[in-house]
Design a protein around this ligand. Structure first.
Ligand code: UT7
Length: 374
């Protein structure tokens, strides 16, 4: 046994995001699928999503988001000693996307790995990174949620391909001595769970070692997302209630004291149902699914970054982040937004300063139909 270490507090220093330039509108599906903008909008809340360019990888997208987060924290790549990427659409089966990202960033002093927990990937990763920082195994971490879902979507399956999109979003997290954090900012309790007996209601059947790629696996679309939507929906609604309630009880906080509920963005009806059942006010829920669809590991950090850039997150606000996804997996986190004085610039101070170039480009992107390319 080594010397006992004091447990550290863990705060979010900055955020960043990247969305690919190509905006794919609902009506574009109408040219090759039996679907409609009306059906997608009414059943999911999604109006458009961004699709990565051919050759644009998850580590490329992560790099943009990571650089933005580092710049906003006033840090360079070598200030980071832990890199974690949450993804199910990594660049390669191995090494990890975090390894590829580390190389592209030019970071030489950190250690890096991926976490695969599907739509719960970001919350699971936040829990893992927090534990490593709290226990002193790292000081500053880069956490990225990033997906190129378009690489594993079956564009002949209207029940799944209309739901997802591509994006990356990053956080820089830092361990601080509790005595330097008098305001009690940072990451609080987590509430996590999974049920592996329901793995087959949402998964990518082929490509792993249990079913390596063959001509037949490609022909039968085995490398794409397979989903039993209604079963996933029913489980999602139940678990989302549970994780919100569970983390608030663990933290000892009443729902009225929460400033922002930030849900995984899979279907606006799932979010509305949690909100209505728990009788929580709509204005405290952040929803951006209409612009991005379900970006799996990226949805929650994407919401966080938008709130930061809009100036709507301020120091001292209480947040509940919560999710549900394939696995099945679910989880939630409580955090008090803000960084102690001395760790400048604080995320709340960067309001509207540097919305990404990509987003501006996407806003002006032509809506002309193009072929779906991988
Ligand atoms: O991040 C976690 C992962 N995913 C989720 O959380 C997704 C959870 N599930 C859902 O969000 C919903 O179940 C879906 C959006 C996937 C589907 O919505 P739904 O209201 O549950 O529709 P449904 O599956 O009950 O299908 C209703 C009808 C069916 O036609 P029939 O059998 O009534 O004639 C479907 O074939 O809608 C049809 N349908 C579509 N129609 C037009 C399914 N997809 C489409 C489509 N366009 N894209």
């Amino acid at each position: 046994m080594g010397p006992q270490r004091q447990m550290m507090d863990v705060v979010v220093r900055s955020t960043g995001r990247y969305v690919p330039e190509r905006v794919f509108l609902n009506h574009e599906f109408e040219s090759f699928l039996d679907t409609s903008d009306q059906w997608i909008t009414e059943r999911t809340g999604i109006k458009e999503r961004h699709l990565a360019a051919p050759g644009e990888s998850v580590s490329d997208m992560s790099l943009h988001a990571a650089r933005q987060a580092l710049e906003r924290a006033g840090l360079g790549p070598e200030d980071i000693d832990l890199i974690v990427v949450a993804t199910v659409t990594g660049d390669t089966v191995f090494p990890s996307t975090a390894n590829w990202l580390q190389g592209k960033l030019g970071n030489t002093r950190g250690w890096s790995f991926d976490i695969n927990a599907a739509c719960s990937g970001f919350i699971y990763s936040l829990s893992t990174v927090t534990a490593l920082l709290r226990s002193g195994q790292a000081r500053r971490a880069l956490l990225v949620g990033a997906e190129k879902m378009s690489a594993i979507l079956d564009f002949t399956d209207r029940a799944s391909c209309v739901l997802f999109g591509d994006a990356a979003a990053a956080l820089v997290l830092e361990a601080v001595e509790p005595e330097q954090n008098g305001e009690g900012y940072g990451i609080g309790e987590f509430y996590l769970g999974s049920d592996g007996s329901l793995a087959e209601i949402l998964y990518q059947p082929c490509g792993g070692s249990s079913s390596p790629p063959t001509f037949s696996s490609v022909q039968r679309h085995g490398h794409y997302v397979k989903m039993q939507g209604q079963d996933v929906y029913k489980n999602a609604v139940r678990r989302m209630d549970e994780v919100v309630d569970g983390v608030l009880k663990k933290q000892g906080v009443a729902p009225e004291s929460v400033d922002w509920f930030i849900a995984h963005q899979a279907n606006v009806r799932i979010i509305d149902s949690v909100r209505e059942r728990m009788k929580l006010p709509a204005e405290r829920f952040y929803v951006n699914i209409q612009r991005y669809g379900n970006t799996t590991s990226a949805t929650i950090p994407l919401c966080l970054d938008e709130l930061v850039c809009d100036g709507r997150l301020s120091a001292g606000q209480n947040l509940v982040l919560f999710t549900f996804g394939a696995g099945l997996t679910w989880g939630s986190a409580f955090l008090k937004w803000g960084v102690p004085a001395g760790l400048a610039p604080a995320p709340g101070d960067i309001a509207k300063r540097d919305i990404s170039d990509n987003e501006e480009a996407a806003a002006g992107a032509p809506a002309a139909p193009v072929e779906v390319q991988r």
